[in-house]
Design a protein around this ligand. Structure first.
Ligand code: CTP
Ligand code: MG
Length: 208
């Protein structure tokens, strides 16, 4: 089974205060960490979308950047992994968990997910409306794996509609998506301070 990966590094980092992909984490730019983990996990080819060495141009929205990557993938590639460069602490183990579930082939998509441990509130501004039942909520990460053909189809539907992940697009066209255990250290660099958190996590891993 042929599997390629798309690493997304074309965002503008509005919430962070500037682009994140070239930030240094332990001597490597963020985007290169993900590429090297995916390659060492046995992914056939890794395409990087973004203004980096060897990257292809992205689009205005995340889904446009995914579409740019998909356009480079031949039809013979059955599964594709989509990964955010903003998650530099991806591990080979997590890639293997996602890929193994994809190989079993019970669904059209496989995504890593975590149970939410915080209590969740529905709010309006700073007013609490009610407590949300968290037992049916999962927080999802990347890498996410999809049947390439179906993801291409999903991207053709409702092009104006935005989606924060590709599983959302697959769900909309009635595809099946299953979850596998995510990794608590696979954080996303979103806000200022998240990079320092990642540095501490890396250091902790090295000290082990
Ligand atoms: N991304 C992309 N192309 C876009 C938007 C996002 O390739 N047009 C990528 C980002 O580079 C990032 C990933 O999608 O690796 C997840 O997005 P996010 O964390 O939201 O990053 P940004 O969109 O850059 O940040 P923000 O939403 O705060 O602007
Ligand atoms: Mg974004």
């Amino acid at each position: 089974m042929k599997i390629w990966a798309i690493v997304l590094a074309a965002g503008s980092g509005q919430r962070y205060g500037g682009p994140k992909h070239e930030l240094d984490l332990g001597g490597l730019p963020l985007w290169k960490r993900s590429v090297s983990v995916l390659e060492s996990a046995g992914i056939d080819t890794v395409i990087v979308v973004g203004p980096v060495d060897g990257g292809i141009p992205g689009g205005a929205r995340r889904r446009d950047s995914v579409a740019a990557g998909l356009a480079k993938i031949p039809d013979s590639v059955e599964w594709v992994l989509i990964h955010d460069a903003a998650r530099p602490l991806i591990t080979r183990r997590l890639v293997a968990t996602v890929v193994d579930a994809a190989r079993i082939g019970n669904s059209d998509g496989v995504i890593p997910a975590l149970a939410v441990t915080d209590t969740l509130k529905l709010v309006d501004g700073d007013t609490v409306l009610k407590t949300v039942d968290r037992s049916q909520i999962a927080a999802v990460q990347t890498p996410q794996a999809f049947r390439t053909r179906l993801l291409r189809e999903a991207h053709l539907i409702d092009p104006e509609d935005d989606a924060t992940d590709d599983a959302g697009l697959i769900e909309r066209i009635g595809g099946t998506v299953t979850i596998v255990p995510g990794d608590r250290t696979n954080i996303k660099i979103t806000y200022e301070g998240d990079l320092e958190l990642a540095e501490r996590l890396i250091k902790g891993l090295q000290d082990e």
